[in-house]
Write a protein that binds this ligand. Structure first.
Ligand SMILES: Cc1ncc(COP(=O)(O)O)c(C=O)c1O
Length: 415
C-alpha cells in the first residue's frame, strides 16, 4: 500500500520512519582516540570541589587577584565608544604589533618585524597550540621540563606529537639540566619547550642556564618554544630572552602575553614573535580558526605596553612581598620551600607529612578550607609538593598559613 504525504504526517511511526542504516561501522569511535585518552585538568577537578564549599581561602588558581589597571579598561571602553567593533588584521592590529616589537626589544632584547615576525593570539594558550600544530608531524618528539604547566602535555598530544617530559628537581632549583636533556633527546626530537619563570615551581633561569640550554638546542638542531609569560614577574635581575643568544633567533618562537603581568586574563590576549616562516605557518591556522584576537582587547593591550609600566611594576612589587611572607611561612612550618625567582607560585615540599599531594590538598581543603593544588597535577615529578599561588591578598595568605599550622598540629606533624 502506498502512503500519501498527509497520512505520513499523522502516522509517522508505522508508515514512514525507516530505521536509517548505520552510515558508520559501529566499532568506529565517535571521539578521536587521541582526544578520548586525554585526562581532564586536575586543577579544574579540584576547583569544582572548592566551588561547593564556603569560606575557602584559595591559593589555587594561577590568576592575579588584581583587576586590570583602570587606564587599560578605559582604553577598551573608549575604543568601544568610538565604534571599533570589527575584525582586525589576522596577525593583529598593526599598531599593537608595533608596540609589541618595540616593547619586546626594550624589555627582552630581541628585534622583530611587526609586519612579518609577530602574531597576536588569543592568550599564550592559543599561541602554543598554533605552534605545536604548525610544526609537528605525527610521531615528532617534544622535550619539555616537568613539573610544568598543565597544558603542555595535552597541547603536544593534540598536535599528534609525542611528549617527552624531562624531570627537574629541587636539588637544581627546578632548572632543567642539559645532562637530562641529553638523555632524552633522540633523532625524532623536533621541539624543546621552555617555561621560565616557571609554573608551578617559580623557578627561573639565569643567563648562564639559558646559554647551556641554547647550546644543546643548537647542537641537536631543535626548534624552541619559549613561554616567557611570567618574565615580567621576576624577582632576580632579568636577563634577555634565550632567543637573543647567537644561533637561537632562527630556531626560537617566544610567547608572552598580558594575562599575568598586566592582570588581563579575561581579555584573552597575547603574542608570539619569531622567524617569519614559523610565524607565517602559525598564522595560517590562526586565520582559519580564530580570524583574529579580540579587537577590544587589542586596544587594551596597546595601553598596557605603551603606558602601564608603573602599574605593572607596582603589582610585581606586591607579589614579591607576598612571596617573601609565604616562603618564610612554609619554611617555619617545616614544609621546605624553595625561594621562587619569578611568577606567583610557591612549591613547598610536603613529603615530611607522609601524605600524597592529593591527600594533603584534599584534607587541607576539607578540614581547614584552604585550597592548594596537588603537585601531581603538574606531572609525576610534582608528587610530594603542592602549588600555592600568592596571587591572593596578603591578609588571606597570612590566614592561610595560620590554618595550615592548625592542620599540621592536628595531624601531629608540628608541635
Ligand atoms: C606557563 C603558562 N603558560 C601559558 C599560560 C596561559 O596563558 P594565557 O592566559 O595567555 O592563555 C599559563 C596560565 O596559567 C601559564 O601558567
Amino acid at each position: 500500500m502506498s502512503v500519501s504525504r498527509s497520512q505520513c504526517k499523522s502516522t509517522p511511526k508505522k508508515s514512514c520512519t525507516k530505521t536509517p542504516k548505520a552510515s558508520v561501522a559501529p566499532s568506529r569511535p565517535r571521539v578521536a582516540p587521541h582526544i578520548a585518552v586525554l585526562p581532564k585538568s586536575g586543577i579544574r577537578d579540584f576547583f569544582d570541589l572548592v566551588s561547593t564549599m564556603k569560606e575557602v581561602i584559595s591559593l589555587g588558581i594561577g590568576e592575579p587577584d588584581f583587576t586590570a589597571p583602570w587606564k587599560i579598561r578605559e582604553a577598551v571602553i573608549y575604543s568601544l565608544q568610538r565604534g571599533f567593533t570589527h575584525y582586525t588584521s589576522n596577525l593583529g592590529d598593526i599598531k599593537l604589533r608595533r608596540s609589541i616589537c618595540r616593547y619586546f626589544e626594550e624589555r627582552f632584547g630581541g628585534k622583530y618585524s611587526p609586519e612579518t615576525e609577530c602574531i597576536v593570539t588569543v592568550g599564550v594558550s592559543e599561541g602554543l597550540d598554533l605552534a605545536a600544530r604548525a610544526l609537528l608531524e605525527p610521531g615528532d618528539e617534544v622535550l619539555y621540563h616537568e613539573p610544568c604547566y598543565v597544558s603542555y602535555n595535552p597541547t603536544i598530544r593534540m598536535a599528534h606529537g609525542v611528549p617527552v617530559p624531562v624531570l627537574t628537581t629541587a636539588k637544581h632549583d627546578f632548572v632543567v639540566q642539559v645532562e637530562d636533556l641529553e638523555k632524552a633527546v633522540t633523532p625524532k626530537t623536533k621541539l624543546l619547550m621552555l617555561n621560565y619563570p616557571n609554573n608551578p615551581t617559580g623557578a627561573g633561569m639565569t643567563w648562564e642556564d639559558k646559554k647551556k640550554v641554547a647550546e644543546f638546542a643548537i647542537k641537536h638542531d631543535l626548534l624552541v618554544l619559549s613561554d616567557e609569560i611570567y618574565d615580567e614577574l621576576s624577582y632576580i635581575p632579568r636577563s634577555p630572552s634565550i632567543a637573543t643568544i647567537p644561533g637561537m633567533r632562527e630556531r626560537t618562537i617566544v610567547f608572552n602575553g598580558f594575562s599575568k603581568a598586566f592582570a588581563m586574563t579575561g581579555f584573552r590576549i597575547a603574542y608570539a614573535v619569531g622567524p617569519h616562516d614559523l610565524i607565517d605557518a602559525m598564522m595560517k591556522i590562526h586565520q582559519y580558526t580564530m580570524l583574529c584576537a579580540p579587537g577590544l582587547s587589542q586596544f587594551g593591550a596597546i595601553e598596557a605596553l605603551d603606558n602601564s609600566a608603573d602599574e605593572r611594576e607596582a603589582m610585581r612589587e606586591e607579589y614579591e612581598q607576598r612571596r617573601n611572607v609565604i616562603v618564610k611561612g612554609f619554611n617555619d612550618l617545616g614544609l621546605k620551600c624553595f625561594m621562587p625567582r619569578g611568577a606567583f607560585y610557591v612549591f613547598p615540599c610536603i613529603k615530611s607529612t607522609g601524605m600524597t599531594s592529593i591527600e594533603f590538598a584534599t584534607k587541607l581543603l576539607q578540614e581547614e578550607h584552604v585550597a592548594v593544588i596537588p603537585g601531581s597535577a603538574f606531572g609525576e615529578s610534582g608528587e610530594g609538593f603542592v602549588r600555592c599561588a600568592y596571587a591572593t591578598a596578603m591578609d588571606e595568605i597570612q590566614e592561610a598559613l595560620v590554618r595550615i599550622r592548625k592542620f599540621l598540629v592536628k595531624h601531629k606533624l608540628l608541635k
